[in-house]
Design a protein around this ligand. Structure first.
Ligand SMILES: [Zn+2]
Length: 131
C-alpha cells in the first residue's frame, strides 16, 4: 500500500499521520550520550527517543490495523455499505472459503489487501454525496 492510502486511512480514523521533525532518533546520540527526541510536527507528540519508539504511523498490513479500520467503519454507521461493497469487491476470489473467513483474514493472510479494500471503499464514499 502506498503512503497516500496509509495517510488517508489514518486520517479517516481521526488520527494524526505523524510527520517527524527529524530522522529516526532511535539509537542515535550526540557526543557524550545526549538523548535525541523525535517529535511530530503536526500534533507535537513524542515519536521516539534514542532509546525507545513511542509512536509510529500505521502500516495497514496487520490484524490490529485492519480490525481498527473495521471498527471505524462500524462506528461511522457504514458497516452495511461496506459489507455489500466487500461482496462485490471479492467476486470470484477464493470461492472455497466463506466470506467471513476471507473478510477477516482468518487464514492469517491478506491483511494489507483488506486494508486496501477499505481505502477504496472510503475513496468511493468520498465522491458520493452524503445522505
Ligand atoms: Zn502527529
Amino acid at each position: 500500500m502506498n503512503e497516500q492510502d496509509q495517510k488517508l486511512l489514518t486520517e479517516k480514523m481521526g488520527e494524526c499521520w505523524h510527520e517527524p521533525d527529524s530522522e529516526c532518533a532511535l539509537g542515535r546520540e550526540y557526543n557524550g550520550g545526549e538523548m535525541i527526541k523525535q517529535k511530530c510536527l503536526k500534533c507535537g507528540c513524542l515519536l521516539s527517543t534514542t532509546y525507545q519508539i513511542y509512536e509510529e504511523n500505521r502500516t495497514f498490513d496487520n490484524r490490529d490495523d485492519m480490525m481498527d479500520l473495521y471498527q471505524a467503519i462500524e462506528k461511522a454507521g457504514k458497516w452495511d455499505d461496506f459489507d455489500n461493497y466487500s461482496w462485490n469487491y471479492r467476486k470470484g476470489v477464493k470461492p472455497e472459503i466463506s466470506h467471513t473467513t476471507w473478510l477477516f483474514c482468518l487464514s492469517g493472510e491478506g491483511y494489507e489487501d483488506r486494508c486496501k479494500m477499505v481505502a477504496e471503499f472510503w475513496g468511493e464514499n468520498e465522491s458520493t454525496p452524503s445522505r
